[in-house]
Design a binder for this molecule. Sequence first.
Ligand code: HAM
Length: 416
Amino acid sequence: MERLPGFRDFYPEPLPSNENWSADVRQMIFSTWRSVAQRYGFREYDGPPLESLELFTTKSGSEIVGQLYNFTDKGNREVALRPEMTPTLARMVATQERHYKKPIKWFAIPQLFRYERQQKGRLREHFQFNADIFGENDPAADAELVALLIDTLRAFGLNHEDFVIRLSSRNAWQEFFCKRCPDESKAYEFYQIIDKMEREDPVKSDALLQALGFTLEDVKAFIAAGIPNAELQSILDNLKSRGLSEYVKIDYMVIRGLAYYTGVVFEAFDRKGEFRAIAGGGRYNNLVKLLSAGKVDLPGLGFGMGDVVLAELLKERKLLPKTEFGIRAFCLIEDETLRYASLALVQSLREKQLGIDYPLTATKGDKQFKRALELNARFTCRVERDAAGAVLVRVKNLATREEKILPPGDVATALA
Ligand code: HAM
């Protein structure tokens, strides 16, 4: 049986081949995400991986809706695997926000599903670090999120020569749009043309823009000028005070594909432009209102960082850490009459939080020793009996070859 295309198996290290995804690396990525989020005072939340289809169809935008994994469940409900976390989060916040002090600062590490064409940096399943803030209109909140995004990437050893955050604003684009087109209902269509422009044939972009009354030349001139509007200037000043200026630039080419963004938007890219976006986000001030049918009106903003592009980039920059795996000790059982005494030792050491393994069944001595080495054990221990029949433990440090014979009660200290 083969796994589905676009899905991953995660194996423990050492990996069978360079092609495999590492469960240890995934764990390292998650714990780095968690620790930076906690440094910034974000609390962890989670939601269900399966949601009603409706949550995504009206709110996310056509591109993501086209990629939904959806089906009718046995209760005749139209459901979908979550392609992103933001609608779930906005639903959760809309329901319970009155119980939380503002601003709400929450993070999550969901697994997401999108039926995309599989390519470099794009799979049908990925994990995404999401950090979002609710209840704050001031650009100080946008700056706080951008700083968190920068510090998250820095925590993996990346610096300003590796990545840049491209900052933009839908407000700036909306102003540009309204000066030239009276029909505001066309704004999202216009944003989508801008969003695809970097990858699209310029002749096609020009034709699409002209159909809405714009020219490619005019749009390009606006992007090239790159003049920050007031909210973007405020973010730049805020980041400058933190010494983070070299990590950001104004780039109106970024507008974001998702439908719900209303203000500042941003994306993180590798400087060499070899990879797809590492992360993306922005402000969505109407989503909570939309999902609560007007009952709760709370501004929101956030970003998502996927594990796929991040892992590819870290691998390419040789920043994937050597994963430390291994146990503290392997308990050799060469004399089966000592198995129960050995199990008692194993149990007592595990209760002291030490990682211990042993042969489950009678096994030749050399095989046991090989197993200890495979498991990267720091020590071996072997239960023995002295002439009077008392239980003693022979502890060997596998690095120094030093051996000690100890009463069972002293073994934990010797191993620690
Ligand atoms: P997004 O731009 O769709 O935003 O995804 C954010 C990041 O997730 C991307 O930059 C990319 O690294 C990763 N990603 C997306 N799709 C895939 C895929 N098929 N395979 C691998 N990685 C992928 C959102 O999802 C927004 N909900 C983020 C957000 C949170 N905005 C506000 N709060």
